[in-house]
Design a protein around this ligand. Structure first.
Ligand SMILES: Cc1cc2nc3c(=O)[nH]c(=O)nc-3n(C[C@H](O)[C@H](O)[C@H](O)COP(=O)(O)O)c2cc1C
Length: 418
């Protein structure tokens, strides 16, 4: 099944054995939630809690799900629908579906080798893969694995006039990264109680409890043997040699922090010669400011409910943000996406595409390296089915679908209290 050529291949060109395997996977895991259930069984408790847990009591995560579920799309019948294509264009490049993989820091804690498997699957399926800065591979390795679809995410490394951040930006440019994404929605470090309860320490330490936990998960352990203990590879050139994981984490904490200021966004805008996105926008005024500074794209996101759980769901603020910026920016949504129907909801309400984070980690926990490809397949087929059911011939037609969106914010909702 594993095609290492790295080229996108439509289902029609799969071998018979591959098609049978795809069908078998689909019978067992038809949705992202089936993958989540299996991941919960397969994975060490600490890694499942790391990838799946949110801020507070997880109510932000639940709000994201509920808000997406509440969006209703009204079909129109009476025209012949050929099987619709899910293809879409983002920043002038064509992708096979309006879906993508959101950046994930420390993905090796969730599943060792995650970055490699995610990058390969995205390249094969021709959907964007956003490599997070805090990853076990660097952007040069990412570009080898996913040369056509690699996006890159940066946190704020501002010491010495952004020495590290700007060098990473230059390296990303040289490696052929397609889109640079600055994450602005982590002004402070917050606590995720499920992580704490599972025994994950900050700084990370492989304690006896975590070791015992890992012993119960043969698939996770065998991936750990194959890929080694996760390291912050992209940052290695900037660290003193031979640091332990805990020391490397301490180094990162000393260098990284805060949210990018608008002046800093401008600095990166002037340095990066390509599409620039800001990730974590929830207010139309911030969207406006970003666009005025020359930012090309906005990722409307509440960080998947992982920062604090009082944030609005991203789907509920999306229409106001689209209204504010009009067609001056590409808009992508994440936070809570678990199906192609969610993707279609987001596009109907103003996004150009929707990305997912947690569900890709569930797919790895459930199926190892075969997981991400299977999940992309589920999402893509579900987008096509939703288009067909609604009477749309293409993704672009979704914006004309009549809809009901009970949780939508209006522009007035964003005003400070009188
Ligand atoms: C385990 C984990 C680690 C994450 N690390 C990062 C990160 O390093 N940078 C970032 O911008 N977002 C990070 N995110 C947030 C995702 O990019 C994305 O916004 C979120 O997962 C989307 O919501 P969803 O998980 O409901 O799909 C992380 C998410 C998870 C689940």
């Amino acid at each position: 099944m594993d095609d290492t050529s790295g080229k996108p291949r439509p289902a029609a060109t799969l071998t018979k054995a591959e098609q049978e395997e795809r069908l078998a996977l689909h019978r067992r895991f038809p949705t992202a939630h089936d993958l989540r259930r299996q991941a919960m069984r397969n994975m060490p408790n600490f890694s499942f809690e790391y990838m799946d847990g949110g801020a507070g009591a997880d109510t932000g995560i639940q709000r994201n799900w509920r808000a997406l579920d509440s969006v209703e799309l009204i079909p129109r019948y009476g025209r012949v629908i050929a099987p619709p294509s899910a293809e879409t264009t983002l920043f002038g490049q064509q992708y096979s579906a309006p879906i993508g993989i959101a950046p994930i820091g420390g993905p090796g804690t969730a599943f060792p080798g995650a970055e490699t498997y995610l990058a390969r699957a995205a390249q094969r399926a021709n959907v964007p893969y956003t490599l997070g800065l805090l990853s076990g591979i660097d952007m040069e390795q990412g570009a080898d694995l996913a040369p056509d679809v690699l996006w890159y995410q940066l946190y704020r490394f501002s010491k010495n006039n952004h020495k590290i951040g700007l060098d990473l930006t230059r390296r990303a440019q040289a490696a052929g990264v397609k889109v640079l994404m600055l994450t602005i929605d982590t002004p402070i470090r917050t606590t995720r109680p499920r992580e704490v309860r599972s025994g994950i320490m900050n700084p990370f330490k492989l304690t006896m409890r975590l070791r015992q936990d890992a012993m119960m998960s043969p698939r996770w352990l065998s991936s750990l043997r194959r890929h080694g203990v996760p390291r912050f590879t992209a940052l290695q050139p900037y660290m003193p040699g031979n640091l332990s994981i805990a020391e490397a984490a301490a180094f990162i904490r000393s260098e990284q922090g805060g949210a990018f200021t608008w002046d800093e966004v401008k600095l990166y805008r002037d340095t990066w010669q390509g599409p620039l996105m800001l990730k974590g926008i929830l207010h139309p005024d911030d969207a406006e400011k970003a666009v005025e500074l020359g930012v090309d794209g906005l990722l409307v996101s509440n960080h998947g409910g992982r920062q604090i759980d009082a944030l609005p769901s991203s789907i509920d603020v999306l229409p106001a943000i689209r209204k504010q910026v009009g067609d001056r920016a590409t808009i992508i949504l994440d936070s809570g996406v678990r199906s192609g129907t969610d993707v279609a909801r987001a596009v109907a309400l103003g996004a150009d595409a929707a990305f997912a984070g947690k569900s890709f980690l569930w797919s790895l926990g459930a199926l190892g390296e075969k997981g991400p490809g299977h999940l992309i397949h589920i999402y893509t087929e579900d987008v096509r089915a939703t288009l067909g059911q609604l009477g749309c011939l293409s993704v672009d037609e979704l914006c004309n679908v009549p809809r009901r969106h009970p949780g939508a914010y209006s522009l007035e909702d964003f005003a400070p209290p009188a």
